[in-house]
Structure formats: C-alpha cells, structure tokens
Design a protein around this ligand. Structure first.
Ligand SMILES: Cc1cc2nc3c(=O)[nH]c(=O)nc-3n(C[C@H](O)[C@H](O)[C@H](O)COP(=O)(O)OP(=O)(O)OC[C@H]3O[C@@H](n4cnc5c(N)ncnc54)[C@H](O)[C@@H]3O)c2cc1C
Length: 462
C-alpha cells in the first residue's frame, strides 16, 4: 500500500461516507484543474469537509502517513494554487457554504469559506449593506479562496481588497490546532496580526473554516462613464490627473489599443477614428447629484487628452452596455487569437505607459501580440500574450518572463491579485531577496513543520 492509499483507508473509517471521493478517477478529475491552464493534477482523494474538526482529522491522518493536503475552493484560481502537484488529499470547502450571520447593527457578517462571493454580496445588499471586493469571478469563486488569494477587483481603487474586510478567521493548521484569529470589532490591536498573515497565504499556512467580514452601508447611486483616448499614454496621464486632484472613483478600468481593436471588431464605428485606449470610470455615493457631479469633474479633468465626448450612462441599461465591453473582452480577444496567457502585474500608476510599451515589446520581439487591460486606477494590469497554436508556448512563456521582469524593474510586483501559486513560483526571486524568502520559509515551517500543506507552491524550486 502507498502512503496515500493507507491515508485514504484510514479516512474512510474516520469520516462519514459521503465526505470522501476516492478510487474514482472521473470524480476526482474536476478537482485536478483550475483556471490557470497549467494542466491536470488530481489529488488521490477529496474530502468534502463540513466542519473544522473534520479538517483536523484530515491533517492528523495525513501527518501519520506523510501525504500532502491541498485546500480547494471553487477552482477559479489563475495561479494553480489548488492543484495537487504531489497528489495527496484534497480538502474541498464546497459544502461549508453557509452564511452564518449578517449583523446590520455591527456592519459584519460571519460566513463559512465555501460561500460564493456574489451570493454574500446579494445577501448583504438585501439588508442595505455592501461587501465591496468584486473579483470578476464573483459568480463562481468562494470567500475562502478570496481570503487565501487576497482577491481584489475593479472596485479596489476606492474600497480596497479582501484583506481590508477580514476582521477574523478560524483556521486549522497542519499541527492540528484550530486557531480563532482576529476579532469582531472594527478596531483591535492585541498581539501579532496573524489574521493578516493568513490572508493571502495561498492555502500554505492553514485551512480557513470561518471568516468574519466587515461590511459597509451600500452606496445608493452609481455613475458610469466611458472615455476614449488616442493612446495609452494619454489615458494614463488622465488617470494620474484625476487621482491627483483628489477624485477617487470606485473604478478606473483601462483598455489598450489591441484590446480596443478586438472589441471594435464586433461593433464597427462605435469608437471615434484614432481611438487607441479607453477608460471606464465609475463613481458612487448616496446623493445622486454628488455622484453625477463627480463624473462631471472627471470628464473635465480628462478633457485635454480625451478624443470626443465623455459618454455618461443615463440609465441601468446603458451602464450594463458600458460594462459589457470589459466583460466580453476575453471572449473578443480569443476571437482574434484563440489562446492567451494572462498576467496580473501591478506597477506604480506613473509607470503604466512604460509597462504597456515593454509588454508590447516583449511580445513583438517574438512575433506575438500583447493586449493590456485592467485596473489602471491601482496600477494592476492584465497583460495578455495572445497566440494561435500550442507550438508557440515556449515563446509565450519567454515573453511572460520578460513582462514580469519589466514590472519589477518599474517598481511593481509580479502579481497584483492572482497569487504566486504554482504559476509564478520561479519568478518570486525577481521581487523578493534571499533573506525575505528564507524568513518566509521559516514562517511556513512554524505552521507546517512537515511541509504537508499545499507543497510545491509559492517558493522557488517547489
Ligand atoms: C474569469 C475570472 C476572473 C477573475 N477575476 C479576478 C479578479 O478580478 N480579481 C482576483 O483577485 N482574482 C480573479 N480571478 C482569480 C480567482 O477567481 C481568485 O483568485 C479567487 O479568489 C479564487 O477563489 P476559489 O474559490 O476559486 O479558490 P481556488 O482556485 O479553489 O483556490 C485558490 C487558492 O486558495 C486556496 N484555498 C481555497 N480555499 C481555501 C480555504 N478555505 N482555506 C485556505 N486556503 C484555501 C487554495 O489552496 C488555492 O491555493 C479570476 C478568475 C477567473 C476565472
């Protein structure tokens, strides 16, 4: 018997029968993929846990047999974090999907980690409340996955990313301790901030089984506008001017010329001649005049660079139409080139034009087009290397490495939201020095002395 087989046999005796998927290749296969495009890595078994105690049981068995344990959310991850690269036991949180409480009087919610992000947003909005983090995958990803990746989204510019909303978590660590970290109050500075350490730890320090989240009152009005520019440089200058004048919209999304050309294919004549970049701007608040006033102020500030009029949505239908440009961008790019590898670097906002240029050059040198779009307001851009056949993949990988290097050279980071995971573990050294990496390895060893939790992730060389 292999160690994994022995562990599965023991788990069969220790947990209710409906928790375990084992010895069923078809049943395990979906748990071996995510949205990273890195391939198929199914675990030897999956346990669909219902409680923190069950997670503790999995760790105890895995420790006895020295087999890996891999936390699995909705598998929408783009860096391969949930892939069982060394086999072992997948711990799926999909059945821990209860919203435990929403407390309007405290502006907090307590949830299990398998709750789909969009479901929580709808539930709190029914109370007039607001959970701002809005990854574009919000209809499929889980809050546990968001905590593990410290997910962000278009609204991060004004409202920040997941970390800003996590007041506390319950996490089970490989040594078997169930840790209740953090608090339910807005303020609180007792002890080390271990909650913050768990957020963004990509499922390598512990498995989160409960999350306490901060909520806000829901802004009652939203204003949306679309601005066309001649070039990315013009759009980036406009972004800087808007922010420098103290206007912080909730979203400032950028599309470069390659992205715009892909969108324009389906709607010829929609954008003025010479359009080379586009900004999607959104503001919000409780007073409709103030919201529209802010949009007008943005329009005024960008007028020097803009081509043509600033288009302001007059109703919900027009708002949706503007957002559809962003929503279907991926599909439109794939219509031009069927394959693409999407990066999520972030740079200081002043470096956006340089990043777009260097990303284009990294592709052009290898005969590849690069489309850059994303959250320009916070400098977090998706550079998509476009290609047509798998044979081009080595050139694509080389272009990606050059883009990641460029982001770090420009004072930025290799990942603004998707995490390092498996995809970028060999690039972490671009950004972090040997002392930092050594300290991170020591921290990992405190939580996980045997290295059984999600091995092969984040650290260079696996
Ligand atoms: C179309 C699309 C759009 C996207 N847009 C965005 C975006 O705008 N912003 C953004 O930040 N990301 C985005 N993503 C990436 C992805 O959705 C996020 O990283 C999300 O947080 C992953 O959640 P998940 O539940 O799918 O986790 P998974 O992919 O299953 O896992 C991700 C990582 O979290 C760990 N993990 C999962 N649950 C737990 C838990 N309970 N405890 C400990 N570790 C756990 C896993 O081990 C893994 O390392 C997008 C993805 C897609 C496909």
């Amino acid at each position: 018997m292999t160690p994994a087989e022995a562990a599965v046999a023991e788990l069969r005796g220790a947990l209710p029968a409906d928790r375990l998927i084992a010895g069923d290749a078809d049943g395990l296969e979906p748990y071996g993929r995510d949205e990273s495009d890195l391939g198929l890595f199914p675990p030897d078994a999956v346990v669909r846990v219902r409680t923190a105690e069950e997670v503790r049981t999995v760790f105890a068995v895995a420790t006895r047999h020295r087999v890996p344990v891999v936390p699995i959310g909705a598998r929408s991850g783009k860096s391969g974090g949930s892939l069982a690269v060394r086999g072992g036991i997948g711990v799926s949180l999909e059945r821990m999907d209860r919203i435990l409480e929403i407390r309007p009087e405290d502006l907090t919610a307590r949830v299990e980690p398998g709750v789909i992000t969009g479901r929580l947003q709808e539930a709190v909005e029914a109370h007039g409340l607001f959970y701002p983090p809005d990854p574009n995958s919000l209809d499929l990803c889980t809050l546990g996955g968001n905590v593990a990746e410290n997910a962000g989204g278009p609204r991060a510019l004004r409202y920040g990313v997941t970390r800003e909303y996590v007041l506390g978590v319950t996490a089970v660590i490989p040594t078997g301790e169930i840790l209740r970290l953090g608090r339910r109050t807005i303020k609180g500075v007792a002890g080390y901030d271990l909650t913050a350490l768990l957020v963004g730890s990509e499922g390598t320090l512990g498995i989160v089984t409960e999350i306490t989240l901060k909520l806000l009152p829901r802004p009652r009005h939203v204003g949306t506008a679309l601005v066309v520019f001649g070039s990315v440089g013009d759009a980036a200058r406009a972004v800087s001017r808007v922010l420098a004048q103290g206007v912080i919209p909730r979203c400032l999304e950028l599309l470069d010329d390659v992205s715009l050309a892909a969108v324009a294919r389906t709607a010829p004549g929609r954008f003025p001649a010479g359009a080379g970049a586009l900004l999607l701007v959104e503001t919000d608040g409780n007073d409709p005049d103030q919201v529209l006033g802010e949009i007008a102020r943005v329009a005024d500030l960008v007028s020097a660079e803009a081509r043509g009029e600033v288009l302001v949505a007059q109703d919900e239908a027009q708002r949706r139409e503007i957002w559809e440009i962003r929503k279907y961008l991926s599909v439109n790019l794939r219509a031009v080139h069927p394959l693409k590898l999407s990066e999520d670097v972030a740079v200081p906002r002043s470096a956006i034009p340089a990043l777009v240029e260097r990303a284009k050059a990294a592709g052009a040198g290898r005969g590849l087009a690069v489309a850059t779009y994303g959250h320009a307001g916070d400098g977090n851009l998706h550079c998509n290397v476009l290609y047509d056949t798998p044979a081009e993949r080595p050139a694509v990988d080389a272009a990606v490495a050059e883009i990641l290097r460029a982001a770090v050279d420009l004072g930025g980071t290799i990942t603004g939201e998707h995490g390092v995971g498996l995809a970028k573990r060999d690039f972490l050294e671009y950004e972090q020095g040997p002392e930092v990496l050594a300290l991170e390895r020591r921290i990992k060893a405190v939580f996980d002395p045997l290295g059984i939790l999600n091995p092969g992730k984040i650290f260079p060389g696996g």
